[in-house]
Design a protein around this ligand. Structure first.
Ligand SMILES: [Mg+2]
Length: 345
């Protein structure tokens, strides 16, 4: 099937959000993303590395380890071999680089088979759940405007970033601006146990669907205590870094936010998803701020999930990939061969 040796190349682009994007830890508007291409026998597969400093990655670490990890990609069909060879070269972390290489291998195979990746992997043809659209942390009038504009564009699910001293005011303001939307909350690990407990009644009153990562990533005991008294489900994001974390999280959370870039690629994310299901967890398919290439890869898996949070590319002013079919927050499952997106700039 394969002809000639595989060639792996990459290029880093600085992507920009249309508005500064703020969460409890930081606000940024420039996101370096490294795009990997695997070429072999006239076909190509692509992947995206979306490094996140919280998981120990930067543009510098991505560019430093890519030459070493790319050597692991010798046969695009040998997915277990790729995983093992990357683990041998870099046993710890660098998940976004591993993700980019796994994405490239899997897309190359789907191109060779002439099918979309979800079909290659035998995944559900179910429609994707509607994606949330993020209202990022900013001065309150700006958060109101973000919510108003999203509702005006037809979004029915909003995820609001919290973790400030004025979270009560933010929640109240957003419910005023968007009384009908499904509302989710992400504290990005910024609350103390006491603060989180005080917020629970307000979350219930605001009809919040679930709260993501209220406490510090390592505080599983605190999350378990919170879950025991919480009227709204509690979902892990920062607490989930490695596939193997899923089992322990089932004792402390109701659900998990799976992101390809932190778990090491689509195949590792599928492993995490199956583990989550086996342990009774609900599942959200999430994303980093990334191009439509990274979002497309997550979209191929999102039909297996209750929730989707795939707005990363919608927040960009200069998305270099096109091909996704959005109707407000509803993303159609990609039907073209491979990931179903193409480079446009
Ligand atoms: Mg989150």
């Amino acid at each position: 099937m394969s002809a000639g040796a595989p060639m792996v190349t990459w290029e880093t682009l600085e992507l920009h959000t249309a508005q500064p994007f703020g969460i409890a830890r930081w606000t940024h508007s420039v996101y370096p993303r490294t795009f990997v291409t695997l070429s072999q026998g006239g076909l190509s597969g692509q992947g995206e590395a979306a490094p996140n400093a919280f998981y120990g990655e930067t543009r510098g670490t991505v560019e430093a380890v890519l030459p070493l990890l790319a050597e692991a990609l010798t046969d695009p069909w040998d997915w277990d071999g790729l995983h093992a060879a990357m683990g041998t070269r870099m046993p710890h972390d660098h998940p976004s680089v591993k993700c980019a290489l796994e994405m490239a291998a899997v897309e190359w195979c789907a191109q060779a088979a002439g099918v979309p990746v979800w079909r290659l992997l035998g995944l559900s043809p179910a429609p994707l759940p509607e994606s949330s659209y993020t209202v990022s942390l900013a001065p309150l009038p700006d958060m109101r405007r973000q919510a108003r504009e999203a509702v005006g564009r037809g979004h029915g699910v909003l995820k609001v970033k919290l973790g400030t001293g004025q979270d009560e005011d933010i929640l109240e303001a957003l419910r005023e601006e968007a009384p009908e939307v499904a509302l989710r909350v992400d504290a990005n690990a910024a609350w103390t146990r006491a603060r989180a407990k005080r917020m629970l009644g307000l979350l219930e009153a605001a009809r919040v669907e679930f709260v993501e990562q209220p406490l510090a990533a390592g505080d599983l005991e605190g999350h378990a205590m919170l879950r025991a008294v919480s009227p709204v489900p509690i979902v892990a994001d920062e607490s989930l870094h490695h596939v193997s974390d899923v089992v322990a999280l089932a004792q402390a959370f109701d659900g998990v936010n799976l992101k390809l870039a932190k778990l090491g690629g689509p195949l590792q994310t599928l492993r995490a998803l199956r583990l989550a299901r086996a342990h009774g967890l609900q599942v959200m398919m999430g994303c980093m701020i990334e191009s439509s290439l990274g979002i497309a890869a997550a979209a191929h898996l999102a039909g297996l999930c209750e929730w989707a949070d795939l707005d990363g590319a919608l927040l960009l002013a200069d998305d270099p990939y096109a091909g996704l079919n959005w109707t407000a927050g509803c993303l159609a499952r990609p039907e073209d061969a491979g990931w179903g997106v193409a480079r446009q700039t």
